[in-house]
Design a protein around this ligand. Structure first.
Ligand SMILES: *Cc1c(COP(=O)(O)O)cnc(C)c1O
Length: 423
C-alpha cells in the first residue's frame, strides 16, 4: 500500500455512526502512514478501527494480577477487598440506604454509627470516626485539637511516607505549630516533659512506618508518654499508620495503644486492616466528637461505599480474619505458597525460586515473608503488563519472577493463560 492509497478519515468512518470513530480513525491512519513510510503493510484498517474503538471504551482503571509479592502494594491499589465486603458495597449502593437515617426513630442519623460497634469490639474504644484516608484523619485530629497551638513530635518520627506525605507539612496545614523534641535516634519522656508548656495542646506519636532506626536508639513507651500527657493536660494522639487490628508481626495494634493510654489512635483502612481506603480515628468520645463537629470533617468524611466495605471488612477481622485477603496473604504458610508456585511452574514450564515477599504499605519494612515464585523469561515482563488482565511481576537477574504469595489459586490459572497468550 502507498500513502496515497490510504482512505481519508471521512472514508474510513463513513459506515460508522460511532461518535468516537473520527478520533479513532485519525489514530489508525496516523499509525498506517508511519508503517508505510517504514516500508511495512498497515493491514486491515477497518479491523483496526474496531479494535481502536474497543480500546477506547475499555475501562482505564483495571484489575491487575499482582505477582510482585508486595501485599499492600500502593501502586497496585493496596488492599484487595474480601468477597463479603464487596457484597456489602453492592448491596448498600444499588439502592437507597440508611446511611444517615435512624430507622428505629425515623429521624436523621449519623453515617458514623454503622461501624462504631465493630470498632469497639476490635479496639475497645468508646467512639470512632471514619474519614477518607489516614492522612485526613491525622490532619483532622490536629486541626480540631491543636489549631493555633503546639504539637510535640519526636525528631525520630518526623517521617515522610509515600508520595510526599510529610508529617511536618500536614501539621503546618492543620494550623498547629510543630515543636520538635529529642533527637533522630533518641527521644526520652523527659524531652517531651521539658518541651510541654502552656501553649502545648497535643503530644503526637507517629509510627515510623517505612523505615527503622537501629543501633543506639531510644523511644519512650506509650505508657510513659501517656503519663507526660496526663501531667501536662495534653491530648495523646497515636498515628499508627498501618492499623493492624489482629496480631501481624510486631505491628502495634490500636487496642494495645489505647490500653497503654493513647487518647486517640489513627490508622489506615487499606493497609494491614485489609479494607477500603479510609482513615479511622478511635478513642475518647469527647475528643472524637470534637473531630466530628470540626468543619473539615465534612470535607474529609468517607462515602457510603467506603463505609459499607469497611463494615464488611471489620466484621470479618473480628470473626474470620483469614477471609480478609491481606491477612490471609500475610499469614499463609510458605509451603502453601510453594505449592502454588510449583503448579504455575508446571503449567508454563518455569522454575520455582525461593523469594522474599513484603507486607508493603509502609508496614513491617524489615519483615521478610518467605515466599516462592515461578521464574520465566524476562522478555515476558512487558507483554504481560500490557496484556489482559495485566500481570505485574519482578524482573531480577535476567528473569521475570512471579511471586505466588500475592496470587490466589484462580489467579495462578489466569497468569498461566496470560503467558500462553504472550508466547
Ligand atoms: C500510611 C500512613 C499514613 C497515611 O495513611 P493513608 O491512609 O495512606 O492516607 C499516615 N501516617 C502513617 C504513620 C502512615 O504509615
Amino acid at each position: 500500500m502507498r500513502l496515497r492509497d490510504l482512505p481519508s478519515v471521512d472514508e474510513l468512518v463513513r459506515t460508522s455512526g460511532d461518535p468516537l470513530a473520527v478520533d479513532a480513525a485519525r489514530t489508525v491512519l496516523g499509525r498506517a502512514r508511519e508503517q508505510i513510510r517504514a516500508g511495512s503493510d498497515p493491514g486491515d484498517l477497518g479491523e483496526q478501527l474496531q479494535a481502536e474503538l474497543r480500546a477506547a471504551r475499555a475501562p482505564r482503571l483495571r484489575r491487575v494480577l499482582n505477582a510482585t509479592g508486595v501485599i499492600v502494594h500502593t501502586n497496585l491499589g493496596r488492599a484487595p477487598l474480601a468477597t463479603a465486603a464487596l457484597e456489602q458495597v453492592a448491596h448498600a449502593a444499588r439502592g437507597y440506604s440508611n446511611l444517615e437515617y435512624d430507622l428505629e426513630a425515623g429521624t436523621r442519623g449519623s453515617r458514623q454509627t454503622h461501624v462504631v460497634e465493630l470498632l469497639h469490639r476490635l479496639t475497645g474504644a468508646d467512639a470512632g470516626l471514619v474519614v477518607n484516608n489516614n492522612a485526613a484523619a491525622v490532619l483532622l485530629a490536629l486541626a480540631a485539637l491543636a489549631e493555633g497551638r503546639e504539637v510535640l513530635v519526636s525528631r525520630g518520627e518526623l517521617i515522610e511516607i509515600g508520595d510526599g506525605f510529610r508529617i511536618p507539612d500536614v501539621l503546618a496545614r492543620s494550623g498547629a505549630r510543630l515543636r520538635e523534641v529529642g533527637t533522630t535516634n533518641r527521644t526520652r519522656a523527659a524531652d517531651y516533659e521539658a518541651a510541654a508548656g502552656p501553649d502545648t495542646a497535643v503530644l503526637l506519636r507517629v509510627h515510623q512506618s517505612n523505615f527503622r532506626v537501629v543501633g543506639f536508639t531510644e523511644l519512650p513507651s506509650m505508657r510513659e508518654l501517656s503519663e507526660v500527657a496526663r501531667k501536662h493536660g495534653l491530648v495523646l494522639v497515636d498515628d499508627l499508620g498501618s492499623g493492624a487490628l489482629v496480631a501481624v508481626g510486631d505491628e502495634p495494634t490500636a487496642r494495645a495503644s489505647l490500653a497503654a493510654g493513647a487518647d486517640l489512635v489513627c490508622f489506615s483502612g487499606d493497609k494491614l486492616l485489609g479494607g477500603p481506603q479510609a482513615g479511622i480515628v478511635v478513642g475518647r468520645a469527647d475528643l472524637v466528637e470534637r473531630l466530628r463537629r470540626h468543619p473539615l470533617q465534612r470535607a474529609l468524611r468517607a462515602d457510603k461505599l467506603t463505609i459499607a466495605a469497611l463494615e464488611g471488612t471489620l466484621r470479618l477481622a473480628l470473626e474470620t480474619p483469614d477471609e480478609v485477603p491481606v491477612l490471609r496473604m500475610l499469614r499463609e504458610p510458605a509451603e502453601t505458597v510453594r505449592a502454588r508456585a510449583e503448579r504455575l511452574a508446571a503449567l508454563v514450564g518455569g522454575d520455582v525460586e525461593q523469594t522474599v515477599a513484603r507486607a508493603g504499605g509502609g508496614a513491617l519494612p524489615l519483615a521478610e515473608l518467605p515466599s516462592y515464585a515461578c521464574a520465566v523469561e524476562e522478555e515476558l515482563a512487558q507483554a504481560l503488563r500490557v496484556g489482559d488482565p495485566p500481570v505485574v511481576g519482578i524482573v531480577r537477574d535476567g528473569r521475570l519472577l512471579l511471586d505466588c504469595r500475592t496470587l490466589t489459586e484462580d489467579e495462578v490459572d489466569e497468569v498461566a493463560q496470560a503467558i500462553f497468550t504472550c508466547r
